[in-house]
Design a protein around this ligand. Structure first.
Ligand SMILES: *Cc1c(COP(=O)(O)O)cnc(C)c1O
Length: 377
């Protein structure tokens, strides 16, 4: 059986967890958390980064940091995970969904400006499949309209737009280390803060609204409640696992990119004759092979293909019922403009197995099964 996902175990995960236990320091912000922070700052030139308990909690923190108020509007694609929207809905904001581009399934940057109103405060580009949104256009719009940009880079860790790492381009970026992501610790995430004026508040929000981080650094002699916040810091056990993965980030990345390219080459002939559509990587983007997806004709064909693959012991999945058509999406948001691609292409998209050490044989088996499906038709 070829599973859809299999979380990587690639280095010193067990050693580091054992060491963290030995140290008798299990709650957050000790040695392993600090080492993860240092790794990200060095590798991605991140101004500041704080590990969180999940990508969702990174987004929750980001929403608090933006200071959105009830009635404010936040622009994002509808084709995303619920957490992208929930974070802002929890602050009382209204979500304004904008259509995606069919080539990348990212927010269509050309449609953002028309969706801006007096109440708009934030734009949330989601880097789908680790392929960057057009950040040049998005950052320019945000600057001209005085908006903040929160990157949902949950899938975009170790991917780039031009010469910048995803998550470090907007004022705030959010990463996920869920077991389905490229680098994992089971459940985990991080918030990247690239705007100086937000750094201190980020620490406070993450530490239950207290200035305990300053206290830990010896900058103040007692810590108190200074702002709203919650507990967003992960345990050292999670950080220990994550550090082991980060140390092997290149190995993981190269392996995934290899599988991605093998899928791409293997499925090229079906794409060339118009049977399926393959993902596009715009020239400005260096992706991280977070996902390999194909687009088929329609919903019916997708169902048949999933069943065919399953009969061949291959697990394929789809995701994201567009948020604007879900019950909560209707209540908390609205779609600006016309839904040309969001719904239609979400019904065509199928994700193939993709994980570290998937291996050539597995990729070839999946490709062969897809080819067989279409030659039978
Ligand atoms: C995975 C994901 C999240 C949520 O991350 P968790 O760590 O699972 O909470 C948010 N947004 C996107 C686009 C994701 O893919």
């Amino acid at each position: 059986m070829i599973p859809f996902n299999r979380p990587a175990v690639v280095g010193k995960e067990l050693d580091y967890i054992a060491d963290a236990i030995e140290r008798r320091r299990l709650s957050g912000d000790y040695e392993y958390t600090k080492q993860c922070h240092a790794w990200f700052k060095q590798q991605f030139a991140a101004k500041d980064i704080l590990l969180t308990t999940s990508g969702t909690s990174a987004l929750d923190m980001a929403a608090v940091l933006t200071n959105v108020q009830p009635g404010d509007e936040v622009i994002m694609p509808s084709y995303t995970f619920t957490s992208t929207a929930n974070a802002f809905v929890l602050r009382g904001a209204t979500i304004v969904f904008v259509d995606v581009r069919p080539d990348t399934m990212n927010i269509n940057e050309q449609l953002i400006e028309a969706a801006i109103t007096e109440r708009t405060k934030v734009i949330v580009p989601v880097h789908y499949a680790g392929v960057s949104c057009n950040m040049e256009v998005i950052m320019d719009i945000a600057k001209r309209h005085n908006l903040l940009v929160v990157e949902d880079a949950a899938q975009g860790v170790n991917a780039k737009y031009q010469d910048k790492w995803l998550g470090t381009i907007g004022q705030i970026g959010c990463y996920s280390f869920h077991e389905t992501k490229n680098y994992t610790c089971g459940e985990g995430g991080a918030v990247v803060v690239s705007e100086d004026s937000l750094i201190e508040r980020a620490e406070i929000i993450r530490e239950k609204g207290t200035d305990r981080s300053k206290f830990f650094r010896g900058q103040i002699d007692k810590y108190t409640w200074v702002d709203i916040g919650s507990s967003y810091l992960p345990s050292e056990l999670n950080a220990a696992y994550l550090l082991a993965q980060l140390e092997q980030a290149d190995v993981i990345n190269q392996d995934r990119l290899h599988s991605w390219q093998r899928y791409y080459d293997g499925l090229q002939s079906l794409a060339a004759n118009g049977t399926i559509t393959l993902p596009t990587i715009p020239t400005d983007c260096t992706h991280n092979a977070h996902m390999f997806y194909i687009k088929v004709k329609d919903l019916t064909e997708r169902q048949a293909l999933i069943a065919h693959l399953k009969a061949n012991d291959i697990m394929s999945v789809f995701h994201y019922i567009p948020l604007h058509s879900a019950a909560a999406g209707k209540k908390f948001g609205r779609f600006h403009g016309e839904d040309v691609y969001t719904t239609k292409d979400s019904e065509r998209l199928l994700r193939l197995p993709m994980y570290y050490q998937l291996g050539d044989d597995a990729v070839d088996k999946v490709v062969g099964a897809i080819q067989a499906f279409y030659s039978q038709k």
